[in-house]
Design a protein around this ligand. Structure first.
Ligand SMILES: *Cc1c(COP(=O)(O)O)cnc(C)c1O
Length: 359
């Protein structure tokens, strides 16, 4: 590679101008949410699910804030997610939920110091055969995704493991169902049969079920980032993410004129409308158009017509002072937005966050 050439090109390049669309992450609110969930966990300590790049809000901003708040157990899904997290916290505090599927996974685990969550007898044997060491163990108590069955608890492959956290995952923590209690009892039963240091069951919604679901370590994800999976959590959780989009242009339209593709909105009167820098390429899906509004200083600006790839058009009647360049709030009470979107808060966060941060 010709480094001189690269350098010259960099020298010539102008700095990237500021974006017209931004995701603002309130790390103070994130830390407050962790502390609230930690307190709600009673005698247990809250960890943090930081998989999917901290649910789309960015490991870079979120993990240091969680660490400084006191979090010591971080959960990711993939080995590829480890390095970004261990830039901020010791590797032994990072657990990888998908576990070890190959010798390469085991080698990577040992090289980085991140800790696999063993999910099957095969994974247990592989981890032991490649050198053993501290691990976590997932027990399936009814969700039927990952984890050993209770019937496998007595297997020598499990006895051979050095297990720190013995964990399970609730299938319906966001519902009132007898299954929750049953899963907690099955984890307790597994704890009798399997040597371990700590136990863990509750995700965000599970924490709201009460202290008897908290065991030793809880694993909130969504609620840290401002999602409210159960009504009991609403008073404890602060919004963390804000989306702001810039007003690109303002125009006057006359009665009979249409707005956007297929003129899906047609003016019945003279209107002042504004074109805004957010669209479905940013995760602001088409279904968010009709009946939804952006805000200017708290005033609602209804969306007119179809959401385009990079733009929406809003009615400026409520904000006669709005000018091109102004920032509009994209309402993002996660719960509301998810409802309007027919998306879960989980899907909303993890799809919209990364795109905004890339702008
Ligand atoms: C994602 C995940 C969590 C976090 O769940 P939330 O519902 O976001 O709080 C906890 N535990 C496991 C095993 C997970 O996969």
């Amino acid at each position: 590679m010709d480094h001189r050439k690269t350098l010259r090109m960099t020298d010539r390049a102008a700095p990237l101008p500021p974006p017209t669309l931004r995701l603002v992450v309130d790390t103070g609110a994130l830390a407050a949410n962790w502390r609230a969930l930690d307190a709600l966990s009673g005698g247990a300590r809250a960890g943090a699910a930081v998989k999917a790049d901290a649910y789309g809000l960015g490991v870079e901003a979120c993990v240091p804030a969680l660490r400084d708040a006191g979090c010591r157990d971080f959960f990711v899904a993939h080995w590829s997610e480890v390095a970004a997290v261990t830039r901020h916290v010791p590797a032994e505090q990072v657990a990888v939920l998908h576990g070890v599927l190959s010798e390469a996974d085991c080698a990577y685990a040992r090289a980085t110091g991140a800790v696999p969550v063993i999910n099957s007898l095969d994974q247990a044997r592989l981890w032991t055969a490649t050198g053993a060491g501290r691990c976590h163990l997932m027990v399936d108590t009814g969700i039927n995704r990952l984890g050993i069955g209770l019937a496998e608890a007595g297997d020598p492959a499990i006895a051979a493991l050095d297990i720190d956290i013995l964990m399970s995952h609730l299938a319906s923590a966001d519902e009132r169902t007898a299954m929750n209690r049953m899963q907690a009892e099955l984890l307790a039963e597994a704890g009798e049969a399997i040597a371990h240091r700590r136990r863990s069951l509750a995700n965000s919604a599970g924490i709201a079920l009460g202290e008897s679901f908290a065991f030793d370590v809880t694993r909130p994800g969504l609620a840290l980032y401002g999602g409210v999976p159960r009504a009991e959590l609403a008073e404890h959780i602060r919004p963390v993410a804000r989306i702001e989009a810039q007003l690109l242009q303002i125009r006057q339209i006359a009665p009979g004129e249409g707005v956007g593709y297929n003129s899906a909105f047609i003016a019945s009167t003279h209107m002042r409308v504004g074109t805004v820098s957010i669209g479905y390429a940013d995760g602001f899906l088409r279904q968010r158009g009709p009946g939804n509004a952006l805000r200017h200083d708290g005033r609602a600006l209804p969306i007119l017509g179809k959401v385009s790839m990079d733009m929406v058009v809003v009615d400026l009647a409520a904000a006669p002072d709005a000018a091109a360049g102004d920032w509009l709030d994209v309402p993002w009470s996660i719960a509301d937005a998810a409802q309007q979107n027919a998306l879960s808060a989980y899907e909303l966060l993890t799809t919209i966050g990364p795109r905004l941060r890339a702008r």
